[in-house]
Ligand binder design. Structure first.
Ligand code: FAD
Length: 250
């Protein structure tokens, strides 16, 4: 399949990317392309413009701030997986990123791209939510902080405005008792359902339109997941019940 026609813009600074996003109608950011390019090829997305941020220097840092780790827009998932800083400060993020797809995809895919893409079965949005982290959005109007609890609004929808670049994500230090667990058909597939524990906090993924916070004692309360060829709603509920019990028993 070939993508529909679009105009390609190669931004070389963050300011240029933000100016392009604010002036172009129907533009999308291109980061690792691991979600956007398949969507284009299947013609499920038809943006008029792509703003490529890959050649912006200095946008791939991982650094410590405010007792957690900040991951910039161009930081590849593989770099986070290999980071000693992340392993020391937020091992939950290391564990979560290792469950994303396969290494070849993580070599290109970015952490911020995964958050902006907001697939309800994704690990990283659920990890950010469980930890109580936030995203920093930048536009020509300035920066704004979006707490994880407000970031994910629906299936592949976020609180980011059309002209905003997710410039970095901030993950708080993970507490001693933290873990992520999921079930998928094959290694590297998207999860059928999953659970993230961060201390006493629990976030679930794959069981609603967005990752959701849940009560560890009654994890399935209020949930009505959708069913598909891979799993019925009942099976997804069963999975998160069992995964939660295991996470909190460990
Ligand atoms: C075979 C396969 C298996 C996969 N399995 C999993 C999996 O198990 N779990 C999982 O979570 N993901 C999985 N993915 C998706 C992968 O992790 C992607 O890398 C990720 O979802 C998107 O990151 P990206 O950098 O490639 O973003 P892109 O594909 O470049 O962009 C994705 C979307 O986010 C927007 N975007 C990207 N960066 C920004 C930014 N900085 N600011 C604003 N908007 C932005 C784009 O405009 C686009 O709408 C899989 C992908 C493939 C191809």
């Amino acid at each position: 399949m070939k993508p529909p026609a679009f105009e390609y813009h190669d931004a070389t600074t963050v300011e240029e990317a933000c100016t392009l996003l604010s002036s172009l109608e129907d533009a999308k950011v291109l980061a690792g392309g691991q979600s956007l390019v398949p969507l284009l090829n299947f013609r499920l997305a038809r943006p008029a413009h792509l703003v490529d941020i890959n050649r912006i220097p200095g946008l791939d840092r991982i650094y410590e701030r405010d007792g957690g780790v900040a991951v910039q827009a161009l930081t590849r998932q593989a770099a986070v997986e290999d980071s000693d800083l992340v392993a020391r400060v937020c091992p939950l993020l290391t564990a979560a990123v290792r469950l994303v797809a396969h290494r070849v995809i993580r070599n290109r895919g970015t952490v911020c791209g995964s958050l902006a893409h907001a697939d309800p079965a994704s690990e990283l949005p659920a990890a950010l939510l469980a930890l109580g982290g936030h995203a920093v959005a930048r536009s020509t109007r300035g920066d704004r902080v979006i707490p994880a609890a407000d970031l994910f609004t629906s299936v592949m929808q976020t609180a980011l405005a059309q002209d905003e670049l997710l410039i970095e994500a901030w993950f708080p230090a993970s507490p001693a008792k933290c873990a992520i667990s999921e079930e998928s058909r094959r290694h590297g597939d998207f999860a059928l359902a999953g659970a993230v524990r961060s201390g006493d906090r629990l976030a679930l993924f794959g069981v609603a339109a967005t990752p959701v916070m849940a009560d560890p004692s009654h994890p399935t309360k209020g949930l009505s997941p959708s069913g598909d060829l891979e799993a019925t709603p009942e099976f997804r509920l069963h999975l998160v019940q069992v995964l939660t019990e295991r996470l909190f028993a460990a």
